[in-house]
Design a protein around this ligand. Structure first.
Ligand SMILES: Nc1ncnc2c1ncn2[C@@H]1O[C@H](COP(=O)(O)OP(=O)(O)OP(=O)(O)O)[C@@H](O)[C@H]1O
Ligand SMILES: [Mg+2]
Length: 541
């Protein structure tokens, strides 16, 4: 292409500008270091204030048959001094270009625009193609940032809100992962997701290992973030329909928290065996005692009552559970004299005594977890296990998952449900996956099969590398805050093919609240700044 043609291009562009299109500049000639992903833009100095990194642009190629390219300014502005031909081009663009100075900026090509969406491109825009700034609405539509949940804004472009759709089967129902190092903004992000999901009719249940979420009924008191919140048309506000529960064996700082008991019979025999870290002989003895008590209970009940699902989902103290911890312990003690190398009732009785002493199981006159109560649209229920040990945390998780899953299966009209599990790595890990198999199985089950029932999981973790891979891979919408450990980054990079190396290289540098987000709803991964939560967080450390 000759310089004259380039100048003609400039003239056409000034006509676009006259027609109200916001032309920033032109694609410059390719140099010897040209790459598939990038083009260089040359612009007049007058556009300096509009040439900022992260700005999204549309590149119209008047010579090509393609409808245009989506790009993002990733480097610059650089200030350049150029020869005669370019000078005349800028002269055509006019408007106060001073001397021979122009602006150069590098644009990363994000794809080709076809019918209002972007798709991967096998080509590049030609030199002299015009570069136009995109407005907030256009970018949001092109990138897929539309929706009823207002979560934040594109980093560097406060006017482009980052939203996700609460009713899109590809978003919450396909599970969420919130990852990042200490203090990177994970809890704030999960609070925002909780607020937005609840505001859009989801029932949310939070398994709270630190007791941080137990004050979400109060408005945030973080004065520093008020302005930031106002940007999203939000003001500090507590959740209205909010409840806190805690296992009876430990306490909660929330004043109105309600205690619940775990019921041993609600767990599968294999979970109880795992819980007791039973030897084979203890396990045999355990299964024998359970079998005995269950068959006795079956004989006492009518067939209808013996439907175990009904009992499982009945949280009242009168529920006809087939056995209690005390009954099991008594049975094991009774059989103690029959212990042999295959059935160790004596050791079983001792281990069951530990469970009795924990005070967590089968407390008389106390309700167990009540899925029906929690599954109300817009209600947020926090299970505060902050004072509980790993075993109780695990059991409360397993209990919750099983009951939610069973309840949702039996009640198709129940609201979409999000279960938030913070710091899952602390009690479910690759290393522990063997001994925690039953809990794991339940998690896998919900993560895989919950989608059809609108039962979703959100994992919050500072150690995604420690999460079992099969769980981790099921988190399809991911918020990756700053992560510095290469181990954790490697795991994420291995399972998120669509994030460029460049974007990953930003990950260790992200500020508090900033995250790389990928989601089936988004057409491309994006770097976003989450909004601050409207509700309060209780700081426990
Ligand atoms: N979206 C945000 N906008 C502004 N500031 C934020 C944002 N998110 C987090 N912060 C700031 O960073 C701090 C740490 O955030 P947060 O507690 O959510 O991180 P975390 O990753 O959960 O930390 P921890 O590892 O300790 O649990 C907050 O107290 C707040 O000051
Ligand atoms: Mg946190």
């Amino acid at each position: 292409m000759s310089a004259t043609q380039w100048i003609d291009g400039a003239r056409e562009t000034s006509e676009y500008a006259a027609a109200g299109m916001s032309v920033l500049g032109y694609v410059d000639w390719d140099g010897s270091d040209a790459s598939n992903e990038r083009v260089l833009m040359r612009a007049p100095l007058i556009n300096r204030d509009r040439i900022i990194r992260d700005q999204y642009v549309r590149i119209e190629d008047p010579l090509g048959s393609r409808s245009g390219f989506l790009g993002r300014i990733v480097a610059g502005p650089f200030f350049s001094h150029k020869g005669a031909s370019t000078r005349s081009a800028f002269a055509t663009l006019g408007r106060g270009l001073s001397g021979e100075i122009g602006i150069l900026a590098e644009i990363e090509l994000q794809g080709e625009m076809v019918d209002g969406t972007t798709r991967a491109s096998k080509s590049r825009p030609a030199s002299r193609a015009t570069v136009q700034a995109l407005n907030a609405g256009e970018v949001a539509d092109l990138l897929g940032f539309s929706g009823d949940m207002v979560l934040g804004a594109i980093s560097g472009q406060d006017d482009i809100w980052f939203r996700l759709q609460s009713k899109n089967k590809g978003v919450l129902p396909r599970n969420v992962g919130i990852f990042g190092t200490v203090g990177s903004g994970k809890s704030n992000t999960s609070q925002v997701v909780i607020e937005e999901a609840a505001a859009n009719g989801w029932a949310v249940v939070v398994l709270d290992v630190e007791g941080e979420y137990t004050a979400m009924d109060a408005p945030t008191t973080d004065q520093a973030l008020l302005k930031n919140l106002a940007q999203f048309d939000r003001t500090p506000a507590g959740l209205k329909d909010f409840h806190v529960f805690h296992p009876v064996s430990c306490t909660s700082e929330a004043e109105a928290a309600e205690a619940f008991t775990l019921r041993l019979a609600d767990f599968e025999s294999s979970v109880i065996a795992e819980l007791l870290q039973a030897t084979i002989a203890e396990r045999n003895a355990l299964f024998d005692c359970i079998e005995h008590l269950e068959s006795r209970a079956r004989n006492k009940l009518s067939t209808k009552e013996s439907e175990s699902l009904g009992v499982l989902l009945d949280p009242s103290p009168e529920a006809k559970v087939p056995f209690t911890l005390r009954a099991l312990k008594e049975r094991a003690s009774e059989r103690a004299s029959r212990s042999n190398e295959f059935f160790d009732y004596t050791a079983l009785a001792t281990k069951l005594m530990w469970l009795v002493q924990s005070g967590a199981f089968d407390q008389p006159n106390m309700r167990s977890l009540d899925p029906q109560k929690m599954l109300t649209p817009g209600r947020v229920s926090v299970i505060d296990v902050s004072v509980a040990n790993d075993v109780i945390k695990n059991l409360a998780t397993a209990d919750l998952l099983r009951k939610m899953f069973a309840y949702k299966a039996a009640h198709e009209d129940s609201p979409p449900t999000l279960l938030v599990i913070e710091e899952a790595h602390s009690f479910i890990s690759r290393e522990k996956a063997q001994t925690m198999q039953a809990t794991m199985q339940m998690l896998r089950n919900v993560a895989r099969r919950g989608r059809k029932r609108w039962l979703s999981l959100a994992f919050v973790s500072q150690q995604p590398g420690h999460l079992p891979p099969e769980i981790f891979e099921l988190c399809n919408t991911r918020f990756v805050h700053t992560l510095r450990s290469t181990h954790n980054l490697d795991v994420l990079m291995a399972t998120a093919g669509d994030i460029s190396k460049e974007m990953w290289s930003r990950c260790p540098l992200l500020g508090a609240g900033e995250a790389i987000v990928t989601s089936p709803q988004l057409k491309r991964p994006a770097v976003v700044t989450m909004r601050p939560a409207m509700s309060q967080r209780r700081f426990t450390r």
